[in-house]
Design a protein around this ligand. Structure first.
Ligand code: PTJ
Length: 249
């Protein structure tokens, strides 16, 4: 029995430990980058500071992202290893609600990882009875300004998309997509990350909470606003500072 099999449901950090377990299991299946757990740990640290909850500014950002995805002519969900491991099933549901493809676009690209990630999403597609198009396996275009395999993308996916949802994205790619003139909707627990700051809308929240919220919000077809991303990120930072200072008062 592995340590992940003996998570006690009464443990105060049960939810967090179960999410960590998902990352460990996906790693064992060859779906993840070697540094995936480190990236996850960084996210956990920020989530702890946020109180492991969807704060009001994050809910506003999620509503804004839902509105922009619904309004988009060619939306795409760009998923990396961690996003698929944590919320693959929910992302398929969102893609099906929007009638858009998912493109697997990973930083550390190897044929083995791509095969494992495509296989995992296809298995979930079948389990849910969905037929979401999964792109990324046969790239035929490049994101300008991104060298090497991580710039590879598909023309009917990311390359031609007008609006892209990018969870746990690296800052370079977010900048490159913005430079292509796209609306980039970022999910990142770190309000200071380059992705959160560069994206059109930065959702400072844990990816599994965001997907659950998006599934509720998309059918309501909210209207986009004149979104001020800096203001929302500042609000997330203020929340962290206020919560931390309250602990010592
Ligand atoms: O699958 P690949 O090859 O594309 O690689 C994916 C990782 C995540 C390993 C790679 O993109 C990476 O190293 O990412 P970074 O630069 O560590 O950034 C990850 C960001 O995601 C950090 O800012 C974390 O705070 C944030 N993050 C981590 N876990 C979560 C998260 N945000 C939301 N929900 C999470 N569960």
């Amino acid at each position: 029995m592995s340590e992940e099999d003996i998570v006690d449901p009464t443990h105060p950090r049960y939810e967090s430990l179960m999410i960590r377990k998902k990352v460990a299991e996906a790693g064992a299946k060859g779906m993840l980058a070697d540094s995936a757990m480190i990236a996850h740990g960084r996210g956990e640290a920020f989530d702890y500071l946020l109180g492991e909850q969807t704060i009001p500014s994050a809910m506003d950002a999620t509503k804004e992202a839902a509105a922009r995805l619904v309004k988009a002519k060619r939306p795409v969900l760009s998923l990396n290893g961690n996003a698929i491991a944590l919320a693959g099933q929910d992302f398929l549901t969102i893609a099906s609600q929007l009638g858009c493809p998912i493109e697997i676009n990973i930083f550390y690209r190897t044929p083995e990882r791509m095969g494992a990630l495509i296989g995992h999403l296809k298995m979930l597609n079948a389990k849910l009875g969905l037929d979401v198009e999964i792109l990324g396996g046969i790239p035929d275009a490049r994101i300008p300004g991104l060298e090497g395999p991580r710039g590879a993308c598909q023309s009917e996916g990311i390359f031609e998309a007008d609006t892209i949802l990018v969870p746990l994205e690296d800052g370079d790619r977010c900048e490159a997509l913005i430079a292509m003139g796209k609306e980039v909707l970022v999910i990142d627990l770190n309000p200071l990350s380059r992705s959160a700051r560069t994206g059109t809308v930065g959702i400072v929240d844990e990816v599994t909470r965001v997907t659950k919220n998006l599934i509720q919000l998309i059918p309501k077809k909210p209207a986009p606003t004149k979104w001020k991303n800096d203001k929302a990120l500042q609000s997330a930072l203020d929340h962290i500072v206020e919560t931390m200072s309250d602990k010592f008062n």
